[in-house]
Design a protein around this ligand. Sequence first.
Ligand code: ZN
Length: 588
Amino acid sequence: MADVVDDIKSRLGIEEVVSQYVQLKKFGRNLKGLCPFHGEKTPSFVVSPEKQICHCFGCNKGGDIFAFIQEVEGVSFVESMHILADRCGIKIDEDKLEKKAAKSEKDIYFKAHDLACDFFEQQLYTTSDGKKVLDYLYRRGLKDETIKEFRLGFAPDKYDELYPVLLNKGISKEVLLKSGFVSSKNIGTDNVYDKYRARLMFPILDAVGRVCGFGGRALKHDQAPKYLNSPENPVYNKSRVLYGLHHSKKYIKEQNQIVLVEGYFDVILPYQAGIKNLVASSGTALSNEQVRIIKRLTTNVVTSFDTDSAGIEATKRAYVLFQNEDIQVKTVTGIDKKDPADFVLEHGDKFKELVDKAGDFLSFMISKVIGDNDITSLTGRRKVVKELLPYYHGMSPTTRDFCVKELSQRLGMNEQHLYEEIESYKLPSGHPMRQAAEMSEVKAVANKLTTEELVVALILENPTLFENAKKTIDLGIVTEWTKNVYNDLLEQYNSARENFKNWNFEIGFLSQDKEKIDVLRLYAEELYNGFSHEALSAEVEKLIDRYKKDRKTKVLSELQISIAEAEKADNRDQLKTLLLEQQRLLKS
Ligand SMILES: [Zn+2]
């Protein structure tokens, strides 16, 4: 297993792996970006190509490529190996790797979903009912290659088609039930029947491209619900999945822009027409997690939801969530049809022009609300102001000035009056903007290093500092960990001198936890970027000195408490010893 790990590490650099998820910018020897693990507005996520690690100085998460993938994809170590091995084209010898460990629960669910996907695809192409559905797809403007690329399928109008196939391939009834492929005939019995019947099947892929859920669209008029979506299961978390992301990820990054739409066809049809940087929050309202996932890829968001009232509500909600992450949202206008899919069907890649012309969300809202009300009347104008006020809440002053100006001009209202209205306005408790105000940013745990750790960090990053530092370090007052690192360093230092070699040390030979050492070194590198050897040497002296002083202050204050206690207890002998100790310390 170690071989495979090393093999993968030799082929995939940390910056290459991380940049699939985080936009990175170069800072000196390292790269920085917004942490994918906590909400932040200034980048504290550092990637070190030299040390082959990443680390967040806010929430302290990170590690090597495997640790990163585990955290970001929410997978086990073994799964992270599979993901990375796939990425660099290494074949993992399954037998060697996982002989003892059974397949993980998630693997079984992924297998079930993949088999189901194969089944639905096959039904689409090989059955007569399937062919009718295929014709329907052609009529909706889909081409064969698109249907294949998105792995669309067909669930026949029968009760016993899918599950016998899956049972035959070793998938248990329990997995079938939990995945939502079957229902049980009577509660508590394991007599099951297929749940997806007479439906067009949209497989939902995770970011890595594995089928993790389905959306089944009704094909008959009287069929309910119109969309039958997978229930939450070990591989499907609807608030973490974005439909289309696996296909569009690379285009989103290339164009540094994402178009957020509502439905499956709204992703597929524009994609086919060449507008490929889009995703849908399939089967659910946009979630915080989805916003986070998007933020890792780009901060330029354009929404293009349905033009009906539900679509407007979705647009408002998206605005609130993105605003909370400091992301500006633009909104597509001018879709004369119900949704982007219909628009593309009629006007093709003209949709791209609408995306390029998309305006600020608030301008969109102003037009919309003004259009819905009669602004020649005072009541109408009041209604407009009332409806828009919540969105002026929590705006940056510059944006607010701009938006106040726009609204006052369009309503023929005095700007000052608007400011006063905004000032005195209180968000009603149920308003989504209120939720946004309360969802404060996840507080970054600024886990600063202790003075002692900082000294060790500096020396580990710049071994030549050890020569001087070893003279002043007081091993009597440091932690066991520091002592161990010191002894390792000393041993290497001495053997180097015996062999008349230049002193340098081999990180790999340190007996202490390599991960902690790497992180400490990264701290030192970041904090003391550009310092000369002399300046660093002086800094170490200063830190050791400070550490000794801090330590002394601490001991003295503890002593003071003991002295007070001894006085109270009238314990003269002890008091005498304590006072002597105090004097000795004060003189030192
Ligand atoms: Zn973080």
